[in-house]
Design a protein around this ligand. Structure first.
Ligand code: GLA
Length: 383
């Protein structure tokens, strides 16, 4: 990266990187103040940055082999539906934060699978933010980095995502999962038991947060939340119980009722999952993942037949404690918790059976919880 940045732009680049993430449990809870439990994983976006004197922001994507140029002082909110929206959006969002970044060249490269529900977008946003902040000689706390990257995604790119991805990608710590309260923006780091591995299986069905279904779900959820607020005085879904929801059932659409039920029960599952981890009760943790999948599939209607097949195949395998869809939904990956000594054979069997049943070759990865961008920068291990 250092060499190719130098060859292209003629300056020694400072290097930053940000990981991808997988969410263990707590899906679609992060835009109604709820609880999530993601961890960072070993896939990364790397950003190299060097100053330039013509006031331009020039981005080069090694993955797309393309260069794009903006005037830093005249950058308006003008998404193009292009890879550069994420990095340009961060530049725009930094300006909203009162941080002006002078001209620069930035190279971006990464190995995060795209459209797989592993948060390639937050990985690019946070890597770009770290690089731009270093050029502007500014240091910001985790909450602010996450919030400004989310603003880039919501207001510049136009994807109505929550805060989970940007927060964990920036703030994760190796060997730990992160329990994040998305209302308070407070978190707790939780150990994963030694005897299990986290395995990600990609259904290879692409999903996109910026298009249709994610936004539709959000609208259904917000309509239900508004009814609860009016009828029960609960500000956010996070504050509501299933009994509150039942009491309002005939005042909202069936879709809103079901989506809200998923979120309310999911928050409760995250609380129980935390207790299970702290007690070393990994079997219960796995059961909660299975319940969470059923809820995403039946109440939230955000699974896909291929992903359901992948979960069913996983649960048939020896050593598999839990399996569920992860991320925004409508395709993408499953996350599985598997006995460490059976993880390799699990991967082989899942790939074989998925290929036989669905005629698709699934990519599978055995993952360890990694450092987020802030920890990487501190350790100087950015690249
Ligand atoms: C996407 C969004 C997140 C979150 C998940 C679902 O990854 O970016 O904010 O809403 O979907 O849990």
């Amino acid at each position: 990266m250092r060499r190719s940045h130098h060859e292209r732009f003629g300056g020694a680049g400072r290097i930053f990187s940000a990981p991808a993430r997988v969410n263990l449990i707590g899906e679609h809870t992060d835009y109604t103040g709820g609880l999530v439990m993601p961890m960072a994983i070993g896939f990364r976006t790397v950003a190299a940055i060097s100053p330039r004197s013509d006031g331009r922001a020039v981005f080069y994507s090694d993955n797309y082999g393309e260069e794009v140029c903006f005037e830093t002082t005249a950058l308006e909110r003008s998404p193009r539906g292009h890879w550069s929206d994420y990095a340009a959006g961060v530049l725009w969002s930094l300006r909203q934060e009162g941080i002006a970044v002078a001209g620069f060249s930035m190279s971006l490269a990464g190995d995060v699978p795209l459209g797989a529900g592993l948060s390639s977008s937050a990985s690019v946003e946070v890597a770009a933010a770290m690089a731009m902040l270093s050029l502007a000689d500014a240091e910001l706390p985790l909450k602010t980095v996450a919030t400004l990257c989310r603003r880039a995604e919501n207001e510049y790119v136009g994807a109505k995502s929550g805060i989970m991805d940007q927060f964990v990608v920036a703030g994760a710590v190796a060997h730990r999962a992160m329990l994040l309260d998305t209302r308070a923006l407070e978190f707790e780091l939780l150990p994963l038991p030694e005897e299990v591995r986290v395995v990600i299986a990609n259904s290879m069905v692409k999903h996109a947060v910026a298009t249709g279904e994610y936004g539709d779900r959000r609208d259904e959820v917000e309509a239900g939340q508004a009814v609860l607020r009016r009828e029960r005085g609960t500000e956010l879904l996070r504050d509501a119980s299933v009994a509150d929801l039942e009491a309002c059932r005939n005042r909202m659409s069936e879709a809103s009722f079901l989506r809200c039920r998923h979120i309310i029960t999911e928050n409760a599952r995250v609380v129980e999952a935390r207790a299970a981890l702290l007690d070393g009760y990994v079997k219960r943790f796995g059961e909660l993942m299975v319940e969470a999948h059923a809820s995403m599939r039946d109440d939230f209607a955000a699974s896909a037949p291929e992903v359901d097949a992948l979960v069913e195949i996983a649960l048939r395998q020896a050593g598999c404690l839990g399996a569920r869809i992860t991320g925004g939904g409508f395709g993408g990956c499953t996350v599985n918790v598997v006995a460490a000594d059976q993880a390799e054979s699990f991967v082989a069997a899942v790939r074989r059976e998925y290929a036989r049943e669905m005629k698709i070759e699934a990519d599978c990865f055995i993952c360890a919880p990694s450092d987020g961008a802030l920890a990487l920068a501190k350790k100087g291990g950015a690249a």
